[in-house]
Design a protein around this ligand. Structure first.
Ligand code: B12
Length: 157
């Protein structure tokens, strides 16, 4: 596991390719773009398990998980990830997934619903997504998450 640069401040993201999947090129590009945009990246590389994602997120107090999957097995390896985060006490972590989440390319809105409403992921992206789009979403989601945490802390004082 590579550790984040200490200077990065926009947020920390744990990245990896989940399950039995070795397609690592896309997530490497995503990692490069995240770092260039000021995020700290904790890279698990290919063949990463749910447990590794959760443990790395706890260890680094990450804001988000970026889960990549291309070999068509995402529907085997992503269910249960949100539950594992909840169980580990990091239930509010952002979870994004991208790559080629399904076998072939069925209608995208149905795929998106299965992974978000069905599995509790925050956002999923279709094949060929440019890194700019998830990075913009991530900055907005982290800002909203920090605002909520700040408001909750104020309310409890
Ligand atoms: C290169 C490649 C390989 C290489 C991988 C090398 C490596 N170490 O990475 C090798 C030869 C090893 C390989 C093996 C296999 N492959 Co292959 N492979 C490809 C190929 C040609 C390109 C993938 C790639 O690198 N794209 C370039 C990157 C830049 O794009 P990307 O990954 O989509 O990533 C971008 C975005 O999607 C996004 N992104 C990616 N991840 C994430 C995550 C998040 C959170 C976000 C926000 C964004 C994001 O950011 C990236 C930058 O824009 C694709 C076909 C294709 N044209 O896509 C098939 C493909 C993915 N492979 C496929 C298959 C079936 C296999 C094998 C099962 C073949 C076999 N029978 O052995 C094995 C699986 C091995 C395994 N255990 O995983 C299928 C998958 C089928 C499906 N999903 O329906 C594809 C689609 C080919 C096909 N048309 O059938 N493969």
């Amino acid at each position: 596991m590579s550790t984040p640069a200490p200077s990065a401040s926009k947020g920390t993201v744990v990245t990896g390719v989940i399950g039995d999947d070795v397609h690592v090129i896309g997530i490497r590009i995503m990692e490069y773009a995240l770092r260039r945009s000021g995020f700290a990246v904790v890279s698990l590389g290919p063949l990463a398990s749910q447990k590794e994602f959760v443990e790395a997120a706890i260890e680094t107090a990450a804001d988000a998980l970026f889960v990549s999957s291309l070999n068509g097995h995402a529907e085997l390896h992503l269910p249960g990830l949100r539950g594992a985060c909840v169980e580990a006490g990091i239930g509010d972590i952002l979870i994004y997934a991208g790559g080629q989440l399904t076998i072939r390319q069925p209608e995208w809105s149905g795929v998106e619903r299965r992974f978000t409403q069905g599995m509790g992921l925050d956002r999923v992206y279709p094949p060929g997504t440019s890194p700019d789009v998830p990075i913009r979403d991530l900055a907005a989601d982290i800002a909203a998450r920090r605002r909520r945490a700040g408001a909750a802390a104020e309310a409890s004082e």
